[in-house]
Design a protein around this ligand. Sequence first.
Ligand SMILES: [Zn+2]
Ligand SMILES: [Zn+2]
Length: 366
Amino acid sequence: MFENEPNDFLLHKIMNSENYSHEYIKEMHNELEKRRIKNSSNEMLIFEFIFSEKYSKENLTNVGLELKNRGIDTSKFDDFTYIDCVVFQFPSGWESLLKEMFLKLKDNGWNAENRLHFNFSFGSINIEGLRNKSNPVLNDIVEDYISDLFKTCCHCSSTDKVEYFEDLYLCPSCMLEIINKREILEISKFGFVYYNGPIYENEIGRFDKIRWSEIKYVAFEQNLELDIIKVDLNKLTEEELSSNEETSNSFFRDNYISFSSDYHINFFELLGHIPQNILSTKIKEEINYVLKKIKKCKVCEKKAIINDKCLLCGNYSSQIEKPREIWIKRFGSKENYLQYLKDNYLNFTKNNYSHNYILENDKSFK
Ligand SMILES: [Zn+2]
Ligand SMILES: [Zn+2]
């Protein structure tokens, strides 16, 4: 019925559902679901089959049929299939450690009928379902392995200087791989280089060189509450932008470049290099105002205070200059309080690879 209609087309019709009957919409959903299953990897389908409670009954039937078509015998699924599916949901660098953990659990009497509840989010790992009074060993095994996972890079399995970084546990080189992509490079009066990330699956990102002459319109936004500044560099003029009807991801990728002060390295360096002739009078004033206002911080000694807050150490200039009564009382003097903040910061930087990298490399704060 829909053979020749591409996914985007069906999705568009579903979004404009008022034009179609309920039955017809349902048929389109089914068609999309069939295509999704056809295009899914074996691993994904086995996962859906094992964790069928997360999906609809219909899904289980369709997935079962597709697995059969691919010659995968679901009656042979066992504890190891379950283990593979659990491990599949964790970062790949933890695969062998988790498999080892499950083998130990199996040796101690666990089997896959004892389903576990687990999640990995915001840097914490929870694996529940083993607090069985008759067998306290199982939960201890899990706790031990969780503490080992925190010391293991979840990308490459290295155990060298692993640190918690933005909800992940990473070794310095894997962290660097992420941080490098946030760096705006080769900033000059001619242009800059930045990392243009992938937007479709199976695509890889690339570092793109941009000439200022390609930029037609600059948008600027300052969130005073969060101390975040954003700048959008557009390859379209303001008029072209407002009349644009194209909404595909690739169109946005090719025409908009967005940078944010809380994410990109060398953000202020870039801001200072935007040629004045591509800025509207209002935005020119706003950017110049921000750049002029950046102050040196007495705690981290970098030029990083925007408004009142230091973007690097997080301290507030107003509180450094005029500490609250309670701090003066506690530390004896304003100078002692400043020393306390400095010591605190030094401690924080000691084992913080990503922060130190930004300190050393972000030219904005020099
Ligand atoms: Zn690593
Ligand atoms: Zn600071």
